[in-house]
Every structure is written in C-alpha cells, then in structure tokens.
Unconditional design. Structure first.
Length: 317
C-alpha cells in the first residue's frame, strides 16, 4: 500500500496529518498541566503502582553525579536490567543489559560495557542529553522484562511492546512494535523497529511497516508478521483504558509489554503519540476519533470503554 497519495485521497481514508495531530489532538485534548503525569516516568510508575497497575520492577534511581557510585549497590545480584532517562522520549538513552560476564555488562546488541562506561552513560542521562528539552534528568533503573514467547519468531533481540492509542478513554487503534537489528534491539519505529497493526476486535496482528514502507515479514527473522494472536486481548485493552484514569489526556499513547511470568506490564504513557500507527494498520485514525466524539456518553468503567474498541475500528472502514 503506497502512502504517497494525494492529500485528498488521504483525507478520504481518514488519515491524520501531523498538523492535525498537533492542533486537533495534542493541543485541544491534552491540557499541559497533565503532561508531568506522563513525561516523568518516575511519577507515572508511582501513580500506576498506587492504582494497582503492574509495571516493570523498580530497582533504583540515580539523581546526581555523586550517586553514580551507588550503581554497584543497586545492581548487586541483578543479571539483567534497563537504565532509562526519567524524562526521555522516543527511546533515546535507554540502555538494555541482558547479562553480566566477569564484571562486564552485555548489551542487547551483543556488545559489552565495563563499569566505567556504564557510569558514563548514567552521567549523560543526568546531564539531560536524552531528556525532553535537554533539562537535567534522573536515571531510572528497572528489572529487564522477560518478554512473552508469543513474539519470539518476529522480533530481534530486544523486548517488543504494544502501543495503543486511547482517545477520551476509549482504545481506538493498536500496533505491536518489534525490535530489529537496525533499531539496536529497541522497539522504536524512528530507530528502525517494525510496527504491526492489530485487529481491535480479535487482537490478531495484520499488516506491517518498517522505515515508512509496508512490510509483510520481519527484516531479520524473515517470519510473517500477520496472524499472531495476542493473548487475553480484552484484558489488555481494558488495561490500556484504565491508564486514562491515571492521566486523563484525551489523546494518550499507552505502551504495554508482555512479561512471560508477570503478564501485561505498563511500560510508559505518552502525551504525544505519533501517527505511524496509521501506516502499521493501513487505516487512518480520523473516523474512529469522530465516532468517539459523536457518542452521547462514554462509559466510566474501563472494561466498558475497552469493549468499544472494535466498534470504533469498524467505523474506520
């Protein structure tokens, strides 16, 4: 499917432009006073935990250069973990460690870091190198997710996640983001990961996109992307809908990972979710959004809102 169509054709298919997203969704639906609830991953994790929503296990936080010496204590006994900026975006600055060998740290891309290099990365995080606006930041350290084998054949090294767009509390679109060699094992489309659309009624994967081009197979494993059944799909949609209660942003991105032992975990929330989900699903967001806007009343219960997902997808054609 080519997306280099005239603007009139894209509008007819309900495809939102970046300007429409910025003006009609982010500016109109997301009050800036609520941004800290999702931009600060520490606060997001705290709110989720208080609400009984499962998140990756928190190991510690580094807030200053002097605290970098605490890394050894925080990481004692940990063979795999993730270091991420508290206010990062787009996957920048996230360091995934898969194991420890003779005092050296094995990255998901197969390379090693020594203790000094690990501390240097944390120092870069603190300096604001990866944070929104370049402001000084904190380094969060979490347990690495052991991803569910459901995606084992269609991912490369890293941990896949499921991005769901929640509009006014109603899940309207979803895609699975699959790491690739090009993305350095990260589930970030801007860095080369694959986005795969999901049928909102069934939770089965459909069509894919990589580097803004349609794909049917994973570029590294060469396995077909369509036909993967996401387990317990209704519960996952309800979990995404519940996140609207943590951060009542009208246009919200919810990223969920499937841990093989712990089940669905909320990885993070996003106040500015991108539009690549339209390419992954080969369907625009406009009609689903208009469908929600036309509702006389939106249910208060998350499961009832999640049950509207298939109806909204059907409105998109």
């Amino acid at each position: 499917m080519s997306w280099r169509w005239p603007a009139t054709v894209l509008r007819e298919r309900g495809v939102l432009s970046m300007n429409a997203r910025n003006l009609e969704l982010i500016a109109a639906e997301n009050p800036r006073r609520l941004y800290p609830l999702v931009d600060d991953k520490t606060l997001t994790k705290q709110l989720a935990t208080e609400a009984g929503i499962a998140v990756p296990e928190f190991l510690g936080v580094i807030e200053s250069e002097g605290e970098i010496r605490e890394l050894d204590r925080i990481l004692e006994g940990q063979s795999s973990f993730v270091i991420k900026p508290a206010q990062g975006s787009g996957g920048s600055g996230i360091l995934v460690i898969d194991g420890v060998r003779r005092g050296r740290y094995l990255r998901s891309n197969g390379t090693y870091l020594d203790r000094e290099q690990l501390g240097h990365h944390v120092s870069n995080v603190l300096s604001g190198m990866y944070s929104l606006g370049g402001l000084p930041d904190r380094a969060l350290i979490e347990r690495r997710v052991e991803f569910d084998p459901v995606f084992e054949d269609v991912t490369y090294q890293g941990v896949p996640d499921i991005r769901t767009i929640v509009f006014r509390g109603v899940p309207i679109a979803a895609m699975v983001r699959l790491p690739t060699r090009a993305s350095d094992g990260k589930a970030n489309l801007h860095q080369g990961a694959v986005g795969v659309g999901v049928d909102m009624a069934t939770g089965v994967t459909t069509t894919g996109v990589c580097q803004s081009r349609p794909v049917d197979h994973h570029p590294d494993t060469l396995m077909p992307l369509a036909g993967v059944q996401i387990p317990d799909w209704p519960s996952l949609l309800a979990l995404a809908a519940r996140c609207y209660e943590l951060a009542p942003l009208g246009y919200l991105g919810v990223d969920i990972v499937l841990d093989r032992e712990l089940g669905p975990l909320v990885l993070e929330l996003n106040a500015r979710p991108g539009l690549a989900i339209q390419l992954a699903n080969r369907r625009g967001l406009r009609f689903a959004i208009d469908h929600v806007r036309a509702m006389e009343a939106i249910p208060k219960e998350a499961r009832e809102r999640a049950a509207l997902a298939a109806e909204c997808a059907a409105a998109s054609g």
